[in-house]
Every structure is written in structure tokens, then in C-alpha cells.
Design a protein around this ligand. Structure first.
Ligand SMILES: [Ca+2]
Ligand SMILES: [Ca+2]
Length: 557
């Protein structure tokens, strides 16, 4: 191996992940990334073991011995010699397992530990190169670990009887710096990985197990948090690792349930729901659907780490933890927003079987939608229904619908409606597709004795608003570039919003100017919440029933 001539693109050919001790990295990932490859190589060169290896190679070359990098380096630390060169059978496992490096301790608790051990057993040469690349970041430095340890000891020493759930929250917040409602999810992850005891719901287990075995638990915590890479990775990765099932590389909606349950049990802004578990459940469901609607952009129900990192979810969760008034958290968690979504669904679901059919949905927003667009929703063009009942939409499907309908400026909404209008599914909107939807609007306008706006004029208006990159059709990319795209969809299938837009409704314009940080959805939800709560108040007052009025203040249901 001539180190001097290795440089530039040539480096890549030497970067075999197997030799580099990187079983988890595919060689395809390394090959096109020359810069990373060079960095890795120079890091390797700077390792003390590398320097020893090179020295011993030179020494052997001078002495006229045969050159073998692996054989020499594995014995170089013991003062040189070439006895091991003749040994071609795999060495026993035990020396590796007695090693106390952070890497092996990480492997012990990894669900893939069996596979890793097998691999190590057949690849003795890997001993030669110390690990210098860590897929999840370098294990914590000793100082960081010490700091973590002293914080943990402080918390535990004040609690000689063991930690109760509220005290464990301090560990979650102060040591792990995670939102406090991650306590039970975190505890479960630690316990399951290390001991496999806990199978019952978490908030029960934390209370019953921790006080009996706090030392045992403290060690498990240290092992999971301080001795692994969890201490050094970013918070999105920590959250991802804590919530996901060990054998998966994504989060499902169910994975969020433990944190929502704990939030409901502990957040002061949601305390009032504790008497109505059915609404606690609906609130949790709604929050999870909202999260997936906005951040699981692939729409497959499998939230990846990449999607999580690109989103604002972690930031919003921290806000929720700091803020006692849940309705101030407009993204995902607002109770008022949930209330509006749920009431809208309840109004349409006249038989209350939690399913909507086409005729139910056509009544949405004072019959503002056309039959043609409702048919497209029921043909599941924008999203496959989760109801599993022919011709029926579930509550989850409705949450996606209402967010798309009332927040048309957002990207998930543009994608939702684009799929509806793209009748042939070829990824572009043509004038005939636009016309198909506009025809029904035109018909409705003439029925209402409104002055009809011809399609040709509408088409010109749409093209002016979007200025598509290519003449003759509109792409999703065109829509995402324009701030006015949401209005295109209102023109095509929502008569009330179309007319408000055409008349430049001064009420809407005023609302938009009042607080530009609010989204279209925020304004809608606030307006509707005020309306719904006034309706409820007047209903209670007209009944003259003081008791029911008081109830409505506590729990709006
Ligand atoms: Ca129904
Ligand atoms: Ca098309």
C-alpha cells in the first residue's frame, strides 16, 4: 500500500466499508462522495494505531520480511513478530466481547447484536483498524458523561426511596433535555432493551417498578443514555430512537400514542379532559393525524428520521412542554383546533357511526363544494381512505380533508387538490381538466342568478396567477412557486370561497392583515371555535339549565 500515491478520486477505491470497519455503510454510499472519503482517510491516517502500523511495515520491509498489513498490525502492539500470519482460521469471539470500548457496549444493547457478533467472528482483520467513523455520531466524551452522571446522581441522591413518575420527569427534562411527556416512553425503551420485563402500559409500570429498584434502574438509565451515542446525537434522532419499534426504521402513528397519553395525563392545559376519556382519545388521534398530514409527506404512514428532522415537530413539542395554555400552540396541539375539527365531523356524521359518505360530505361548509370534487375525494384520488368500508370516509380521512380544504396555501394541501384535479394522473393539469371542474361552478352560479364568468376568462386569470413554466399545462411545481395557488382550487370547486375571492371580501382581507403570522387554517379554526362556543353558550342559556352551562365551560362536550 503506497500511501503517497493515494489521493483524489483514487482514495475511493481503497474505501471498502468492510475494511474500514463500517458494516452498516454500503460501498455505494461511500463511492460517489469523494470529499467524505478523503476526510475519512485523513482521519484514519491521524490515528496513533495507523502510525504504529506504518512504522512496523517500514521496519519489516527494511528487514526483508513479507509485507502483510493486517497480520503485522494485530501483533504490532505486542512488540511485532509474524506468528499470527500463519493462522488462517477465525479467532475465538471472547477477546472482542471482553473489550470495554464504547462501541462494543453499544453493540450489546443493540437489537442487531447477534448479526454484528457473527460478522466480527469471521473478520479478524478488522481488529487492525480502530473505529474512527460512527454512524450515529461519536460516543460521548468523558467530560460530557461525567456531567451527565453528576446530574443523575444529584437527582437520585435526593430520592433515596426511588423515583416516582414526577421525579423521573426531572431526569427526562434536566438530564435528557427532552419534553417531560417523553418520560414513560423513555422509561419503557430503557427497560425493554435492558431487561425485557415491562409489558403493561407505561404509566402504571413507572409507578410500580421504579420505587422498588431504583439502583438497578439508575444503572440501566446510564447504560442507555450516557454510555451509548444517545447523549451526543441531535434531539430529533433521540426522539426517533425512543419512539420507534426497535426493528423498524420509521415511526408509525401508533408509536406516538405513549407520548400523547402522557401529555394528556400531565399537561395542565388538558387536565379538564380527564373526566372524558373518549375525548382524550379523540384529541390524541387528531394530534397524531395532524402531525402525519403535515410532516409525513410521502403519505405512506411511515415517518422517517429525515422527515422528522425537516419538520418543526420537535420544536413544537418543546413549546408544548413550556406552555401551560395548550391553545397557544397552534401547530398540531391546540385543543381549540381539535374541537373545531371534531365538531365539524360530528355535524356531518348524522348517524354518529364515525363514517361519512358522499352525501354527508357534500353538506360541508354550507354545500360549498361541487359534486365533482367530492366524487374525486371518494374515488380516493388524493388519499386512500383508512376506513376499510366501501364508499365511506373515516375520521382520519376527514382530518386530512378539512386541513386540505381550510389551509390551501400549505404544500400538503396543494398536493392533495392537485391529485384531485389531475384526472388522468399524468402529473400535469391541462385546460380540459380545469374546465371539467369549473363547469359545475358555472352551472351553480347561473342557478343562483350570479353573473357567470366564462371559462376562457377564468383560464386567463389562472395562468396570470400561476405563470406556469411551460405553456399549455400546470405542474405541481408551478403551484408551489405561487402564493396564490390556493385560490385556483377555490375557483374550481368551492363556490363560497370563489365568490369571496372574486368580490375581494373586505372581511377576509382585514383578517389577513391583522396577523400575518397566522395561517389560513389558524384563522379558520379561531373563527369557527368562537362561532361554535357561542352556539353552545346560547343553547345552554336557552335551556335555562345552569348545570349544563357550567358543564359546557369545563368540558365543551
Ligand atoms: Ca355516519
Ligand atoms: Ca392530467
Amino acid at each position: 500500500m503506497d500511501i503517497d500515491t493515494v489521493g483524489g478520486n483514487d482514495v475511493v477505491s481503497y474505501l471498502d466499508p468492510e475494511l474500514l470497519h463500517l458494516p452498516e455503510v454500503s460501498s455505494f454510499e461511500l463511492k460517489p462522495t469523494t470529499q467524505i472519503a478523503e476526510e475519512l482517510f485523513s482521519q484514519w491516517l491521524s490515528q496513533p494505531d495507523t502510525s504504529r502500523l506504518v512504522k512496523s511495515l517500514i521496519r519489516d520491509a527494511k528487514a526483508g520480511l513479507p509485507i502483510n498489513a493486517h497480520g503485522i498490525s494485530s501483533s504490532a502492539g505486542a512488540g511485532g513478530g509474524s506468528n499470527s500470519l500463519t493462522n488462517v482460521s477465525p479467532p475465538p469471539l471472547s477477546p472482542r466481547s471482553s473489550c470495554v470500548s464504547p462501541r462494543t457496549s453499544k453493540q450489546k444493547i443493540s437489537p442487531f447484536s447477534l448479526a454484528s457478533t457473527r460478522k466480527l467472528a469471521t473478520e479478524p482483520a478488522q481488529e487492525a483498524i480502530p473505529q474512527f467513523y460512527f454512524q450515529h455520531g461519536r460516543p460521548p466524551a468523558n467530560e460530557l458523561k461525567e456531567l451527565c452522571l453528576s446530574r443523575i446522581n444529584l437527582l437520585f441522591n435526593n430520592n433515596l426511596d426511588g423515583l416516582h413518575i414526577d421525579e423521573f420527569k426531572l431526569v427526562t427534562r434536566e438530564v435528557c433535555k427532552l419534553p417531560s411527556f417523553f418520560s414513560s416512553a423513555l422509561f419503557r425503551r430503557i427497560d425493554v432493551e435492558c431487561y425485557g420485563i415491562v409489558t403493561s402500559p407505561m404509566h402504571v409500570s413507572v409507578r410500580t417498578l421504579v420505587p422498588m429498584s431504583f439502583c438497578f434502574y439508575r444503572d440501566a438509565f446510564l447504560k442507555y443514555w450516557a454510555e451509548s451515542s444517545m447523549l451526543t446525537v441531535d434531539m430529533a434522532t433521540q426522539v426517533f430512537e425512543i419512539l420507534k419499534q426497535p426493528n423498524r426504521r420509521y415511526l408509525t402513528k401508533a408509536d406516538f400514542k405513549p407520548v400523547l397519553e402522557e401529555l394528556l395525563a400531565t399537561h395542565p392545559g388538558l387536565e379538564f379532559l380527564q373526566g372524558t376519556p373518549e375525548f382524550q382519545e379523540k384529541y390524541a388521534e387528531t394530534v397524531i393525524y395532524r402531525i402525519f398530514y403535515y410532516i409525513n409527506r410521502s403519505g405512506n404512514g411511515r415517518l422517517t428520521l429525515r422527515e422528522l428532522k425537516r419538520s418543526n415537530l420537535i420544536f413544537v413539542m418543546q413549546q408544548v412542554d413550556e406552555e401551560e395554555e395548550i391553545n397557544k400552540i397552534l401547530r398540531y396541539f391546540s385543543y381549540e383546533h381539535f374541537y373545531v375539527i371534531y365538531c365539524k365531523f360530528w355535524e356531518l356524521d348524522t348517524d354518529h357511526d364515525y363514517l361519512l359518505d358522499r352525501e354527508n360530505l357534500i353538506r360541508y361548509g354550507n354545500h360549498c363544494l361541487t359534486y365533482r370534487i367530492v366524487d374525486r375525494i371518494f374515488s380516493q384520488a388524493p388519499k386512500k381512505f383508512s376506513s376499510n368500508v366501501e364508499g365511506k370516509m373515516s375520521y382520519e380521512d376527514f382530518v386530512y380533508f378539512i386541513l386540505a380544504e381550510e389551509d390551501k396555501s400549505s404544500e400538503p394541501s396543494l398536493e392533495y387538490w392537485f391529485k384531485c384535479i389531475d384526472l388522468d394522473g399524468n402529473g400535469v393539469l391541462t385546460s380540459s381538466e380545469l374546465q371539467y371542474f369549473y363547469e359545475e361552478q358555472l352551472h351553480r352560479m347561473s342557478c343562483m342568478s350570479q353573473e357567470p364568468v366564462l371559462f376562457e376568462d377564468i383560464l386567463c386569470q389562472i395562468v396570470d396567477m400561476i405563470s406556469p413554466e411551460r405553456e399549455g399545462y400546470i405542474t405541481l411545481h408551478d403551484l408551489k412557486r405561487s402564493k396564490l395557488s390556493g385560490n385556483i382550487f377555490n375557483i374550481l370547486f368551492n363556490l363560497n370561497k370563489f365568490m369571496a375571492f372574486e368580490s375581494r371580501d373586505p372581511f377576509l382581507i382585514h383578517q389577513e392583515r391583522e396577523d400575518p403570522t397566522l395561517t389560513e387554517w389558524d384563522r379558520f379554526a379561531h373563527r369557527e371555535y368562537v362561532r361554535l362556543s357561542m352556539e353552545e353558550d346560547s343553547e345552554a342559556a336557552s335551556n335555562g339549565n345552569v348545570e349544563s352551562w357550567e358543564e359546557s365551560l369545563e368540558a365543551p362536550f
